[in-house]
Design a protein around this ligand. Sequence first.
Ligand code: DAH
Length: 341
Amino acid sequence: MEQKLRQLREESLKAIREAGVLDALEAVRVKYLGKKGELTAVLKQMGSLSAEERPKMGQMANAIREELASALEQAKKDLGEKALEARLAAERLDVTIPGDSVSIGRAHPLNRVISEFSEIAIGMGFTIAEGPEVELSSYNFDKLNTAEGHPARDRQDTFYFTDDDSVLLRTQTSPVQIHVMETQPLPIRIIAPGRVYRKDEVDATHSPMFHQIEGLVVDEGITFGDLKGTLNEFVHRLYGPQVRTRFRPHHFPFTEPSCEMDVECFKCHGAGCPVCKGEGWVELLGGGMVHPKVLEGCGIDTDRYSGFAFGFGSDRLAMFRFNISDLRLLFENDTRFLEQF
Ligand code: DAH
């Protein structure tokens, strides 16, 4: 039996040394120390030994069991440490490496002006309306009292989609007026910011794509005085109460009477400079009283209702607001420029 015990000891210690993973170690424990383990089996045979051999063998077997148990414990600890080290090596994080800098964007100056304008309008009781950029000619022109033969309808001026010129990229936000009058109940008080398109060559004041903010009010008793008061309020809220405005008579097919509004030049404050081409004034919008034909075309009773409309050039608003003298800067997306606002 002594022989057998020595052999078991050698064998099991070797197995413990060679177990590379925790599972294997557990298998070794079961194999030797488990209920049906080999050492346990030897211990069960103690009864068959002589009275003087029994305590000797018992002592030896117990010593081996303790040795095995502590060798297992140690091996388990070693394996655990090795596993932790491996994980730490694999997941190494160097907290001293400088982090990637995150550059935070900001609202484009044009969008800033559109948001400011919208907030002022909402404060005055306007709601925001939208219309399609790919529009029907009938909405862009006919329903706005702009008949066949008007120069704005020329193929040189407008991007058409179809041979019969019935679908186009809207040249103005004014068709939103028609969509709103056809679908919304009276009274109406909306603004409609959006993109518009014309066949213009790019220069400091022109782009084939630019932005407008349309406005429309239809109610009982609306007068030209309401238009002037509203537009002056917009300008003073945007640029300050000291900024002067002036209204000039003009012609638009869909308003009667019509006007254009100028503001004092933001560069020279009226003295005359290259930005205002020596005029001292910069044109900001067109507007007027909605033409009765347009109202009637949308089924509105002109005996009872009247309205005013206006169209701001949003790009101009932004240029004026931020002192930008070249329209192209707004569309080039050069961050060196955009970071200034
Ligand atoms: N849509 C015109 C344009 O693009 C601007 C305009 C003028 C809009 C008069 C209006 C208006 O609503 O009443 O030149």
